[in-house]
Design a protein around this ligand. Structure first.
Ligand code: SAM
Length: 244
């Protein structure tokens, strides 16, 4: 997968060179490119923002540097398939695991990091000519810029690409893989500071372990995320219990 990030703070994205995502880039699974928006500024001060029409506080990112940066990134991609342009914004569709799975299937993702009050809206309109545009929020709060949101999304998406995570089975029972949150996990020692690992996990009975974990998933989801419970597919839960 090719990933392009356009930002006025390219160094912000440096952590993507670390850990599993960095190794995936070294292994050629990911092709990560960061573009400095200021390279497309049209004046000698490399200015990319201006005051908002209609008045109000803050500055707005100017259209021309964005237009040129998007054209340059688009020129890197094959003409026949539009890359997906993700525009981080607190006013976007809220990111979730389903979206991460869908985006992990794409060949080319482009992320446009806003700053200040955001990007001139005509850039988003123009981008539809060359990209499949998706404004995406990582939650109902406001960050200073899109870079942190991009790191969140890239990490969630990239780990779903085959080869990025060493053991793909670790993705199967994770929180949000089937609506339910993950069950509590434990490692050695079996007794720690007077607290014991649940006895059922020590016994080696796979059927009992599976039932215990499923019960814990349901309890935890009901307590922490009751909003998820109506999405549960009871028939598929029953089937999994029968197969366990
Ligand atoms: N004025 C904008 C609004 O109220 O919708 C907020 C602009 S915010 C200060 C600057 C940039 O941070 C945005 O353009 C976006 O790139 C990023 N950003 C802020 N909060 C975000 C969120 N919850 N999800 C994704 N990106 C966010």
């Amino acid at each position: 997968m090719r990933l392009d990030v356009i930002s006025i703070f390219p160094e912000y994205l440096n952590p993507l060179q670390l850990s599993l995502i960095g190794r995936a880039a070294e292994d050629g699974i990911l092709d990560l490119n960061v573009t400095n928006l200021r390279d497309f500024a049209t004046d000698k001060h490399r200015k990319v923002d201006d005051t908002p029409y209609g008045g109000g506080a803050g500055m707005v990112m100017m259209p021309e540097p964005w237009g040129q940066a998007l054209d340059a990134v688009r020129a890197q991609a094959p003409a026949e398939k539009k890359p997906v342009l993700i525009v981080p914004s607190p006013a976007g569709t809220v990111f979730n695991q389903k979206m991460a799975y869908d985006l992990a299937e794409e060949d080319h993702l482009v992320f446009a990091c806003g700053r200040y009050e955001g990007i001139d809206e005509r850039v988003i309109e123009y981008a539809h000519e060359n990209f499949t545009v998706i404004p995406v929020s990582i939650g109902d709060y406001v960050l200073n810029g899109g870079e942190v949101a991009v790191m969140v999304m890239v990490e969630a998406i990239a780990r779903l690409i085959p080869g990025v995570i060493g053991n793909p089975e670790s993705l199967v029972e994770e929180s949000h893989s089937d609506v339910l949150l993950e069950y509590p996990v434990y490692t050695k020692p079996a007794s720690w500071r007077g607290r014991e690992v649940p006895e059922v996990l020590l016994g080696g009975n796979h059927h009992r372990v599976a039932r215990h974990r499923r019960d814990e998933q349901i309890k935890r989801t009901a307590a922490r995320r009751p909003d998820l419970i109506p999405q549960l597919d009871v028939e598929s839960l029953n089937r999994r219990d029968r197969d366990a």
